[in-house]
Design a protein around this ligand. Structure first.
Ligand SMILES: [Zn+2]
Length: 280
């Protein structure tokens, strides 16, 4: 195997191929970081001395039907400039203690829209939890850096999850969730205020329920935005007022009017309009 093949099939640009073993239905490939790339992780100096060597098994993308494991040489280095005594950086893995390559991460994310977690885990020789963890980290990273620059119309609503309330901010044009805060009211939007300030976006309108807490928040933090009350909450309010009027009218009506009104239903807006016409 050449260094070029390592790079093009496994994404290992910084490594030198040493040897290969075939055993237990696996391909074991011995590699080490190219010596001219070794440097101090603290100051970046290449003036370093070797202290200790160990080997770590790193899972790579399968070759055909064979699982591929890289036997990676990892060196501890002493810096002759700053005195640091630390393990070399491992650029081929996504985090310091990971046992799989960045190429595996990319492959998991490419396969997941087409295959179940179990199928991806079986195909790549990974544990089910590892695949789940890779996907979870990707989603957390993706949604923690949502750009607000072009957002113009937002909606704020609260939701009861069973454990308590959460407050959700959405971009009403794209449908994207921009922020999820614990609890309800203005305090649940503190994180969103920080995002707003750093983005310098120009929010033109904000849709709210009828609660005073969010209106006060919008007037304070989005003074130039038009406040629009969610039609769902307005219809709900109108319905409760109309029902109160119906009960009062029934109470005041004579027997003949009561008989006429009882035949009317109140389930739809059309029925309510009919009922209103009857009363008036
Ligand atoms: Zn150093």
């Amino acid at each position: 195997m050449s260094n070029s093949l390592l790079y093009h099939t496994q994404g290992l640009r910084e490594y030198k191929y040493l040897s290969t073993e075939y055993a237990d239905s696996k391909v074991r490939i011995y590699i080490e970081q190219k010596e001219d790339l070794l440097k101090c992780v603290d100051c970046g100096s290449h003036n370093v001395s070797l202290v200790k060597i160990k080997t770590r098994e790193i899972k790579g993308v399968p070759m055909g039907t064979k699982q591929t494991v890289f036997m990676l040489t990892i060196r501890r280095l002493r810096c002759n400039d700053c005195g640091a005594d630390k393990q070399e950086a491992i650029p081929c893995i996504p985090s310091e203690k990971a046992r799989y390559t960045k190429a595996i991460v990319r492959t998991v994310l490419e396969l997941r829209p087409k295959m179940s977690i179990t199928d991806v885990a079986d195909f790549l020789g990974l544990h089910w939890g590892t695949v789940k963890d890779i996907e979870k980290k990707y989603l957390q990273k993706k949604f923690s850096k949502i750009k607000l620059k072009h957002v113009k119309i937002i909606g704020i609503d609260e939701l009861h999850t069973g454990d308590g309330f959460i407050t959700i901010v959405r971009d009403l044009e794209s449908g994207s969730v921009l922020h999820v805060g614990e609890g309800k009211g203005g305090n649940a939007l503190d994180g969103f205020v920080r995002k707003l300030r750093s983005s310098k976006c120009k929010i033109k309108a904000v849709s709210l329920d009828l609660g005073p807490a969010y209106s006060a928040w919008a007037e304070k933090y989005l003074p130039e935005a038009r406040i629009v009350y969610d039609h769902f909450h307005l219809i709900k309010l109108m319905n409760s007022k109309l029902d109160a009027l119906r009960r009062k009218t029934m109470g005041d009506a004579d027997e003949e009017m009561k008989k006429r009104l009882k035949k009317k239903d109140f389930c739809s807006s059309k029925m309510k309009k009919t009922w209103m016409m009857t009363v008036l």
